[in-house]
Ligand binder design. Structure first.
Ligand code: SF4
Length: 462
């Protein structure tokens, strides 16, 4: 892959709204005509055809102790711990319902707990969840497993970290966002560097093979100098991976963001300066830019997987196990099994009712057609590898690429003239200048994104 190159003019030209392509087709295309019965049928077919293929599980724990004002996640802020206990009961029942659909020979090699705040569950509840997973699925035990959990450093102790390792987790990610106290206060998320550093140390001594930290740029009161100081402190703890997200201010979509004072948001030019400095600082410190918002140390699995050419994207972002069938568990969770995507109910009451009645709580989704599968592969390869090999696509899908994608290739000419990519007989290759704009390049192949309404559903690319 070419080294990332920051080009302000191109970012301004192509950095409008677009999907993050954690799936293709994106969740905007999911519809209520996709039912539990359709999901069961799709699983039956896929499982019959691949009875030993590995599995991935995503489990959503929606609860949080307090509200971060920038938050766009699906979460429930509550101090009532008994809500988590009831939710856990429902979740365990859903685990049982889903597990019954899959062959026991299918080993779970990837597991991710996200939220909300997964560590809202106390250590005893977490053990019950993991025990239930172990009794209904075959979990991979060796070091090749990727069992990850998102933690909120404000509510977790070093002892909790050791308990998570004992449960089988070997990857951890922590939200930081910014260490500047003024920024933290403006977004209602106060957390010291010392707290975070102690937890990173605890994770390493408990044997976690990978520690990932999340930052956000574009938050109120952020400045280039202030974010530089945050990056300096981040480099002191040397995380294996870093996600640096752009804050998307969409108060009409995310109620929490109404609490942010818009006049405190950095100007777009300052936001871009922060991004430029972040790329320079992290690459100078030895981090490899993977794509989108992700950086990793050169010996990290994500980098190796990108070099090997098998890096994938799924709902957790970049993944080394993206080819696995993914089972989504919990309220709002999305699964991707065979050719279908299925999403659980978004409201906890509907989710609970459905599971208590013995149903999978799937309320929407879709079955991909042949064109979706082809475009899914094309978009994955652009997003993960920054290239497309036309001969390989022609072989796998039995198409003449130049004829099938005639209008797309014509549109790519303009992007080529702007230096974002090179096109030739063999394929497409994203240039250093195009690497920050992968979403804009991938969008050329998205057959749904053309309409104005659909575009409004996505955040800005930069
Ligand atoms: S950012 Fe995380 S901890 Fe904060 S409210 Fe959102 S989901 Fe909860």
């Amino acid at each position: 892959m070419n080294s990332v190159e920051f080009d302000r003019a191109m970012i301004e030209r192509y950095g409008g709204r677009g999907p993050r392509y954690t799936s293709y087709p994106t969740a905007v295309q999911f519809h209520a005509g996709f039912t539990e019965a359709e999901y069961r049928e799709q699983v039956r077919r896929t499982d019959g055809a691949h009875p030993t293929a590995p599995l991935s599980l995503y489990i959503h724990i929606p609860f949080c102790h307090s509200l971060c004002y920038y938050c766009g996640c699906s979460k429930i802020v509550t101090r009532h711990a008994d809500r988590a206990e009831r939710y856990l009961g429902t979740l365990l029942r859903e685990v049982e319902l889903q597990a019954a659909l899959f062959s026991p020979g299918r080993i779970v090699s990837q597991l991710h707990l996200g939220g909300g705040t997964p560590t809202y569950l106390d250590p005893a509840q977490m053990r019950r969840l993991m025990d239930a997973l172990r009794s209904h699925f075959t979990l991979r035990l060796d070091g090749q497993r990727e069992f990850s959990i998102e933690i909120d450093p404000r509510t977790v102790t070093p002892e909790d970290i050791a308990a998570l390792a004992a449960c089988g987790f070997n990857r951890i990610s922590m939200g930081v966002q910014d260490f500047d106290p003024a920024v933290q206060k403006a977004v209602n998320r106060v957390q010291s560097f010392e707290e975070t550093e102690a937890l990173v140390r605890a994770a390493r001594s408990a044997g976690f093979g990978s520690v990932s930290l999340d930052l956000i740029y574009g938050l109120p009161l952020q400045t280039v100098a202030g974010f530089d100081r945050t990056l300096e402190r981040i480099l002191e703890v040397c995380p294996d991976r870093l996600a640096v997200y752009s804050y998307a201010h969409l108060p009409q979509m995310f109620r929490a963001q109404k609490l942010i004072h818009e006049e405190q948001l950095p100007a777009p030019a300052v936001k871009l300066d922060i991004l430029r400095r972040t790329i320079e600082t992290l690459t100078a410190a030895g981090y490899v830019y993977i794509g989108m918002d992700h950086f990793a140390l050169a010996d990290d699995e994500l980098v190796k997987s990108q070099i090997r050419g098998d890096l994938q994207r799924n709902f957790q972002g970049y993944s080394t196990h993206g080819q696995c069938d993914l089972i989504g568990l919990g309220v709002t969770a999305i699964g991707h099994v065979g050719a279908c995507y299925g999403q659980n109910a978004k409201e906890i009451e509907a989710y609970t009712r459905s599971v208590e009645q013995g149903h999978l709580p799937i309320v929407r989704g879709l079955v991909m057609d042949a064109d979706d599968r082809l475009r899914n592969t094309v978009i994955q390869e652009i997003m993960c590898l920054g290239r497309l090999n036309f001969a390989s696509l022609a072989d796998r899908f039995g198409i003449d690429v130049r004829t099938y994608f005639a209008s797309e290739l014509e549109r790519l000419e303009t992007l080529q003239q702007d230096g974002l990519l090179q096109l030739n007989e063999a394929g497409l290759s994203v240039s250093g200048r195009g690497r920050l704009l992968l979403r804009a390049i991938a969008m050329v192949f998205d057959r749904y994104v053309a309409t104005h309404q659909v575009k409004q559903a996505f955040s800005k690319i930069i």
